[in-house]
Design a protein around this ligand. Structure first.
Ligand code: HSE
Length: 433
């Protein structure tokens, strides 16, 4: 059987999973590729580091030149995280004539235009299914299977670590710190978990999807984003009382005024399939004008789900499918963006707001007057009787609004926070039915 020699650069969690699939399940890859994907080299930084997996002798090396200078190696899985040296290695691989597969969404979100231009100029290809939503084949779907559609909206749970933390806090009563530690132990979190929990990782993935689905030329750091790092368990309880769960939602919605993009903790009505996405699972709901409503669900983080997407890309590259897709996609090309990005302040939505207020006469009237001035209509209010029943102490007040603009909701919260009867921090979250 024909043999395609491949290599891995970076043998961390995902890299070790890729090695395992290639070495232990060569029969599967051979069946699907019609050729053997032969792991020739795996490049690591530290030979002594334990990886819980032994590679055949002669495969593992610390010298990238053993890949760059070996013309027989055609496809390389570049699985080094972060921006540098990942960017330099990627360019070196392309210059050396290799087609590259990567799971590094931060690298693509930051340096996509440069890397894709270089690959195009050199006649090489970059495949990156694993960069968004791990094992869910969302890149292939959005970039190829919806070609006959105008995508109208895309709502995703794109960060497995955040979803794991929120699910464990909500369903098991875990603390934030305990849930984060477990997500790190299970290999879901980035090397710097701040990027998972502050919304960066989800915004980077959303920027890639918005590019593919809408042609939007947006940098990830232009997307308004809030993470789950300041989420309070009390809001999970109030949300449940109101019939919702809180999830970190990455949203892209096409409107007549442009494309709305955001990443934020959002109340999702229980019964909406996004509200049922648990643990490290990711999900993406896509609406296309011809195909209608589609829902993708699966493990978006973790060793084997991500390795599954990487190996599928290596097969696609080896058989020549990925290079054709790469050429036709014109990703990060100089083509002008066909959509404008709608400003944050215009985004319409319903809001959940929580304030800590003094429990005394006239407080509610002051708050509702401000909401009225901003043309925010109240849908429901929760205030529980304080225990012990001491009048004048402070209580939590939760307000659900009808639809309003982001700008009006923000102004209302700022003005309410300046009242002397309001103390502590406020919370404002979007609501999805
Ligand atoms: N750290 C990411 C997550 C996985 O938790 O979803 C890789 O994208």
């Amino acid at each position: 059987m024909e043999k395609t020699k491949v290599a891995i650069v970076g043998l961390g969690t995902v890299g070790a999973g890729v090695a395992r699939l290639l070495l232990e399940h060569g029969d599967r890859t051979a069946r699907h590729a019609g050729r053997t994907l032969w792991l020739e080299k795996a490049v690591v930084r530290d030979l002594k580091k334990s990886r819980g997996y032994d590679l055949p002798s002669g495969v593992i090396t610390t010298d990238l030149n053993e890949v760059l200078k070996n013309p027989d190696i055609q496809v390389v899985a570049q699985l080094v995280g972060g921006l540098e040296p990942a960017r330099t290695i990627m360019l070196q691989l392309l210059e050396a004539g290799k087609d590259v597969v990567t799971a590094n969404k931060a690298l693509l979100a930051e340096h996509g235009p440069e890397l894709f231009d270089r690959a195009r100029a050199l006649g090489r290809c970059i495949a990156f299914e694993a960069a968004v939503a791990g094992g869910i084949p969302i890149i292939t779907n959005v970039s190829q299977c919806f070609s006959a559609n105008q995508v109208l909206s895309l709502h995703g749970i794109l960060n497995g670590t955040s979803n794991f933390i929120v699910s464990q806090m909500d369903e098991q009563g875990w603390s934030y710190d305990a849930a984060l530690k477990e997500a790190q132990r299970l290999g879901f979190a980035e090397a710097d978990p701040a990027m998972d929990v502050d919304g960066t990782d989800a915004a980077q993935k959303l920027a890639i999807l918005a590019h593919l689905a809408f042609g939007a030329r947006i940098r990830w750091n232009q997307i308004p984003r809030v993470g789950i790092d300041s989420l309070d368990a009390i809001d999970l309880r109030f949300a449940k009382e109101l019939g919702y769960r809180i999830k970190l939602i990455a949203a892209a919605q096409l409107t007549s005024a442009g494309l709305e993009l955001s990443v934020s903790p959002t109340l999702i009505r229980i019964g909406n399939p996004l509200a049922e996405v648990r643990a490290n699972y990711n999900a993406i709901r896509v609406v296309g004008d011809a195909v209608g409503d589609l829902f993708f669900h699966g493990q978006g983080a973790g060793q084997m789900p991500t390795a599954s997407a990487v190996v599928a890309d290596m097969i696609d590259t080896a058989v020549g499918r990925a290079p054709i897709t790469f050429r036709t996609l014109e990703l990060w090309s100089n083509r002008e963006s066909p959509v404008s990005i709608r400003p944050d302040d215009d985004l319409p939505g319903r809001y959940y707001m929580r304030f800590q207020v003094a429990d005394q006469p006239g407080v509610m009237a002051k708050l509702t007057a401000i909401l009225g001035e901003q043309k925010l209509s109240i849908a429901s209010i929760i205030q529980h009787e304080p225990l012990p029943r001491v009048q004048g102490s402070s209580v939590q007040l939760v307000i659900m609004t009808h639809e309003a603009s982001e700008g009006a909701a923000r102004t209302a919260v700022e003005r309410i926070m300046s009242l002397s009867v309001v103390s502590g921090d406020s919370v404002r979250m979007r609501v999805m039915e």
